[in-house]
Design a protein around this ligand. Sequence first.
Ligand SMILES: CC(C)(COP(=O)(O)OP(=O)(O)OC[C@H]1O[C@@H](n2cnc3c(N)ncnc32)[C@H](O)[C@@H]1OP(=O)(O)O)[C@@H](O)C(=O)NCCC(=O)NCCSC(=O)C[C@](C)(O)C(=O)O
Ligand SMILES: [Mg+2]
Length: 354
Amino acid sequence: MRSAKDFFRPLAVGAPTPVREIPFRPSRMIHFFDPSNPKMAAKVPDLAPKVDVLLGNLEDAVQASNKEAARSGLVDIGKATDFGDTQLWTRINSLDSPWALDDLLTLVPAIGGKLDVIMVPKVEGAEDIHYVDRLLAQLEAKAGIERPILVHAILETATGVANVEEISGASPRMQGLSLGPADLAASRRMKTTRVGGGHPGYLVRSDPIGDDLTSGRTTYQQDLWHYTVARMVDACVANGILPYYGPFGDIRDVVACEDQFRNAYLLGCVGAWSLHPAQIPIARKVFSPDPAEVRWARRVIAEMGDGTGAVMIDGKMQDDASVKQCRVVAELADALAERDPELAKAYAASEEDA
Ligand SMILES: CC(C)(COP(=O)(O)OP(=O)(O)OC[C@H]1O[C@@H](n2cnc3c(N)ncnc32)[C@H](O)[C@@H]1OP(=O)(O)O)[C@@H](O)C(=O)NCCC(=O)NCCSC(=O)C[C@](C)(O)C(=O)O
Ligand SMILES: [Mg+2]
C-alpha cells in the first residue's frame, strides 16, 4: 500500500496529476452499446444528448469474433462524435482475457482525451486496480493526455465483494462501482438464471394460523441484491466514489426494472445501466428526485434555518439529521436540473405550486 503522502502522485513521469475528489456528474443511466453492431453504432449521435453516459462495451455481449471490430468501432465513434456534456465510457475486456491489454493500448492513445471512465469487469482485489492504474499513467504520459481517465470497477465475483472496501480505495482514479448480478450469481453458485432482478422462490411467508400450514399464508418476494447493493454503497461512500446498480436483463419487464432501479436509488445508488433504449426513460425517471419530494426537501431546509434544533412540519419532527437528508435530495435536484432543462422546469413549477 502506498503511503498517504504518495497517494496523489502521478504513477508515471508526465502523467496527469490524479484528482483529489471524484466530480459528481449526472450519470443516471450508463447506456451500453456494442460498437461493432452497425445499427447500434448508427444510433449513437441521436442517443448522446438523451443519456448521461454512453458506454462502448467491449466485453461480454460482444461476440469473440467481433472484439477487434468493437474496439476499432469505438475509436471511430469516439473520434467522429461530439458528445457535448454527455460522458463517454468504455467497458474493457477482463484482465485475464486475450483482449484487455490491446483494449487499453489502442483506446488511450486514440481517444484517451475523450474517454471519461474505463469500466473494468470482474475486479477481484486492489491488485487489479493497481495494474490498470500504473498502465493508464504510462499510456496517458506517452499520449500527452492532460486529464486523468477514471476507473470504474464491476462487482461480479464473490472475491470482489469480499474485497469491496480495498477495491474502492485502491486508487484516486476510482470513480465508482456497479453491481454485476449475472456473473456474481454464477460466481456465488446462486441457483438463478437471470440478469439481475428478483426470483419468485426467494421469499418470506407469514406464520400459520393454528394448525393449517397451507392456507392464508401470504408470501413476500425478497430482494436478492439487497445485501450486495447496501454493502457496495457503504464501501463507495466511505471512499468518496459513486455506487450504481448494474443491468436488468428482462427488457420487456419495464415494471420490475423500475422497481429494481428504485430500490437501488433509495439505498444510495446514483444510476443504473440501460441495455436497451426502452430502459433510458426508466433510469431517468427513477434516478431524478420526484418534484414533490424536492419541494418538501426545500421546505424543510428553509424552515430549519441554520439547520439545528427541532421543528414540527405537517406533523413530522425535523432536526439536524432530517435536514441533511433533505439537502441530499435538493442538491441532487440542483445538479440534475443544470443538465436536464425539462427537470429544471418541473422543479421550478413545483416551487410555484407550493
Ligand atoms: C438486448 C438486445 C440484444 C436486444 O436487441 P434487439 O435488437 O433484439 O432489440 P430490439 O427491441 O429489436 O431493438 C430495437 C432497435 O433498437 C436498437 N438497439 C437495441 N439495443 C440498443 C442499445 N443498447 N443501444 C442502441 N440501440 C439499441 C436495435 O439495434 C434496433 O434497431 P433498429 O430499429 O434500427 O432495428 C440489445 O438491446 C443489446 O445487445 N443490448 C446491450 C446488451 C449488453 O450490453 N449487455 C452487456 C451488459 S449486461 C452484462 O454484461 C451483465 C454483467 C454486468 O456483466 C453481469 O451481471 O455479470
Ligand atoms: Mg459480467
